[in-house]
Design a protein around this ligand. Structure first.
Ligand code: B1M
Length: 212
């Protein structure tokens, strides 16, 4: 009897940390691919959470618990994910200076990891220089910048200018996301990709790279 991946997504929605991990491990043991575990289980669960949050059907502590359930379950498949990771290249991601919000950023990091990227997560409240230095150090294909406050959004443009000043702007694609961020803002500051949500971020990055 195979593991029902809809039960896995349900356990994420319900924030059942142990159950989500157990179901993930059981699926791995049964030979279900990490892609299916992510895309038919964990990601579906977290997308439902996002919808419920938007519709005021879930509160923040529940969202945080669901994110923990997803990330804890992902820990058990991380080594498998890393095996496929090299194929997609590296992504550096972080939240800008003065901004402590990390739930959406971590969700995006998890989705990119699930899609096969090696993700270097800088964390929250990162000075502009930290992004530029990380691009120099890790030579990522993609730089992800997250901001949740209108007061911290300007840091995104400053980081892009920092890349230009360092002469490395053309070496990395910049993707930005966060609740107050818009497509127009992304164009205005010269970002390459705008991500309205984590999954769209992965899809749009794929389209961007395909278009060359
Ligand atoms: Co804050 N906060 N907060 N907060 N907080 C907001 C953002 C706010 C909209 C609430 C409000 O007033 N309605 C408001 C901002 C107003 C504005 O500037 N326009 C606000 C404020 C004002 C503040 C404080 C100033 C409050 C205060 O102290 N007076 C303060 C600032 C602290 C600071 O950062 N310096 C503050 C603090 C906090 C907490 C610490 C309490 C907590 C953060 C906990 C944490 O992150 N660990 C918090 C929270 C939880 C929120 C809300 C309620 C929820 C944010 C969240 O996690 N959403 C938020 C209200 C809201 O958004 N409606 C709010 C769920 C998450 C999945 O969505 O982050 O949008 P989101 O991510 C989405 C997409 O945006 C996208 O993908 C995700 C979905 O798939 N995405 C990316 C995000 N980053 C991406 C990067 C990508 C790709 C996609 O690639 C790079």
């Amino acid at each position: 009897m195979g593991v029902d991946l809809s039960k896995l997504s349900e356990s994420v929605v319900k924030g059942q940390i142990d159950e989500a991990r157990q179901l993930t491990e059981a699926a791995v043991e049964e030979g279900v691919s990490v892609e299916d575990i992510m895309n038919q289980g964990l990601v579906v669960g977290m997308e439902t959470v996002g919808q419920k949050w938007k519709n005021d059907e879930m509160f923040m502590p529940e969202v945080i618990r669901s994110a923990k359930a997803m990330s804890n379950a992902m820990d058990s498949i991380r080594s498998e994910l890393e095996k496929t990771a090299s194929g997609m290249g590296t992504m550096v991601i972080g939240t800008v200076a003065g901004d402590l919000h990390d739930i959406g950023k971590d969700l995006a990091a998890m989705m990119f990891e699930g899609a096969g990227y090696k993700v270097v997560n800088l964390g929250i409240d990162q000075p502009n220089d930290a992004f530029v230095e990380a691009v120099k150090e890790h030579k990522p294909k993609l730089l992800g910048i997250s901001a949740l406050l209108t007061t911290t959004m300007p840091r995104m443009g400053e980081i892009i200018n920092g890349l230009k000043e360092a002469g490395i702007r053309d070496e990395v694609a910049v993707i930005i996301g966060g609740a107050p961020v818009t497509d127009d803002f992304a164009k205005e500051i010269g970002a390459d990709i705008y991500a309205p949500n984590a999954r769209a971020g992965v899809e749009r990055a794929e389209e961007y790279f395909k278009a060359g």
